[in-house]
Structures are given as structure tokens and as C-alpha cells.
Design a protein around this ligand. Sequence first.
Ligand code: NAD
Length: 251
Amino acid sequence: MVGGAGRMGQALAENLNLIDGLVVSAVVDPRQPDHLFGASHFASLEDVSPAEIDVVVDFSQPASVVASAQWCAKNHRGLVIGTTGLSDAQLAEVTEASKSTGIIMSANFSLGAVLSERFAAMAAPYFERVEIIELHHDRKVDAPSGTSITTASRIKEARRAAGRVTPEEPTRRFTLEAARGADAGEGVRIHSVRLPGLVAHQEVLFGGAGEGLTIRHDSYDRVSFVQGVAIALAHVDETPGFTWGIDELIP
Ligand code: NAD
């Protein structure tokens, strides 16, 4: 578990251990973890013997994901990545590593979030306009969320496939700059909210003639990501290849 001392790493280390067939044997983090849950602590993945583990899970920060991917490629171990905020160059390095081992990467491992992306793509062709509001805890360092970017991509893809034209932006005068949020392209706007007390939440608001549809998902607790990570772990192996998202792994 790379990033194992972090908020997600600790929640995953605790809860993956409860699933039959899964044992978190190594917590990798330069920081000392609060809890080890029976695992050993290593400051770096380089200190871990490949013989001791079957697969690596990474919920850390973008620069370490590249190191994890290269370690997994070299040692032929599958890798499940939940870390978000990677640059294009970092993503390219991860993809390169997947030529030597299996890598599954998802911006969101919660089943509800994955289904809400699927539902948003289903609804997208039927509505003229759509805006996304993503809401997270106030210690999240990247914005907008990886989930909102993936959701926007799926909506745009579905709208394009249905031949929908990009709606014109109605705002002509900004009293406050950026009041319309981030432009995710093709008329999709993303608004990021950061507040204490929140975990991970998202609303996709569709608007059409005389009606609206809101698809809302709430992760109230980090345990919501465990099942999706377990599904990815069941599918990832050392067979080379890159899989983005777990949608296709959920029937
Ligand atoms: P966090 O800051 O609490 O934890 C990150 C941990 O990574 C820290 O303990 C830090 O010391 C550690 N770290 C830094 N460099 C490292 C290295 N080189 N090797 C090993 N560990 C290293 O953050 P968090 O809230 O746990 O989130 C971690 C990541 O997971 C973020 O990118 C977040 O956006 C993402 N996330 C993804 C999902 C998902 O479903 N995909 C869900 C929640 C969070």
C-alpha cells in the first residue's frame, strides 16, 4: 500500500484486510503510519522485496505513482492506482510502464460514483446543457477532481456520438472572474467546492426544455472506495496492459 500512512492508505489498509484472500503486507510511506494493521512499514517501495507481495496499490501523490509504476514494471507486479492529479507527462510514464505489467487506474473507486458516471453518460444526449459540481474536503490539493474530469469526458463523448452541438455560453459580463467555473470543453462546466466535513461528492445537473435532472453521488466515508479497489485487485495481474476506470469491470 503506497501512500499507506495517508487518509486513503490507512482506510484501505484497514478494510482490504477484512476481505477474504487479501492481506495488506506492506505499508509504504516516508511518513510513519498511525496504524500498521499487521503490515510492515517501508519508507520506499525500493525497500520492499518483490517476492513478498503480489500486487501494489498506490494512493499517494503523482510523483510517487511514476516510481510505483516503474517498480511494478521492473518486478512484474500488477498495480492499482487511485492517486489523482497526474500531469500528461506522468500519465505517459505510467502508460509506458503498463507495457511490462498490468495497471488499473481510476479517478474513483466508489461503485456509486462509477455508476453515476455511467448514468450521466446515458442522460447526456437528451439534455441541452450540463454542469458538474464536485464537492470535497478542504485538504484536497488538486482541482477539479479526477472524477469530475472523467464524468465530463464521458458526457462529451455521449453528446458527440448523439450529434449534439455545443451550447453557446450565455454569460456576456463577469462581475466576478471565473464565476462560471472551469471550462471542461464542449459546453461542460465544472465547479469545485472545498469545505471541512465533506468527503467526496458530485452533482451532475442536466437542463432541458422545462425540466432538469440531477444525478448526485455522496461518498460519506473512505470505506466507499474499498469495494472498487478490491474489484480492481481481483482483475489486475502481471499481464501487460493499461485499464482506465473500473466501469468495464463492473457488470
Ligand atoms: P494524503 O495526503 O492523506 O496521503 C498521501 C500519502 O502519500 C501521505 O501519507 C504521503 O506521506 C504519502 N507519500 C508521499 N510521497 C510518497 C512516496 N514517495 N511513497 C509513498 N508514499 C508517499 O492523501 P489522501 O487523501 O489519502 O489521497 C491520496 C490520493 O488518493 C490523492 O491523489 C487523492 O486525490 C486520491 N484519492 C483517490 C480516490 C479514488 O477513488 N481514486 C479516492 C480518494 C482519494
